[in-house]
Design a protein around this ligand. Sequence first.
Ligand code: ZN
Length: 197
Amino acid sequence: MSPSRCIVAVRRRARCAEALTAEPFDGYSLGGLWVGEPAAESHALVAADTALLPADKPRYLMGVGTPLDLLEAVAHGVDMFDCVLPTRNARKGTVLTSRGKIVVKNAAYAKDNRPLDPDCDCYACRRFSRAYIRHLFATGEILGMRLASLHAVAFMVRTMRQAREAIILGRYDAFHREFRERYTSGEGVMPATRETA
Ligand SMILES: [Zn+2]
């Protein structure tokens, strides 16, 4: 989106927010974002939108699902999310961990006896190794998709719970920075599959 089109979008969304907040709704949703524009523009529009919405009403951002995008939106005052991304990716063998994404179905994990995420206490991480879950994907066993999805939901719920606790403690900025540093560190992730987003 060009700068001029971005400004037009901000103005149009501001008019929409003005009309919506004139009505006594219980909360307000934000949508039409992360549909192909650069993430920085999406975040700028979230910031512009939330600045116009009542602070005492819930804000719900639709269809945004990466941990880093969620935490950035929380920093702008968004309260709720929903998105298919974590479980859709999990069903395809890409798993979120506290140190970034791993593609667990890759051959690199065939002998990796660590859990999907060593920092996770979900059912899948407590009981099964990356090697076993990779085997399930390789053999087309649906249990692989189910375990990866279960972990994905646990990871996202835990991340949001940690964010809420950090807000209550008045240390959200520090939590956000620490999470981003760990998530993009790639530590514990095999170099061949290291990713940063
Ligand atoms: Zn887990």
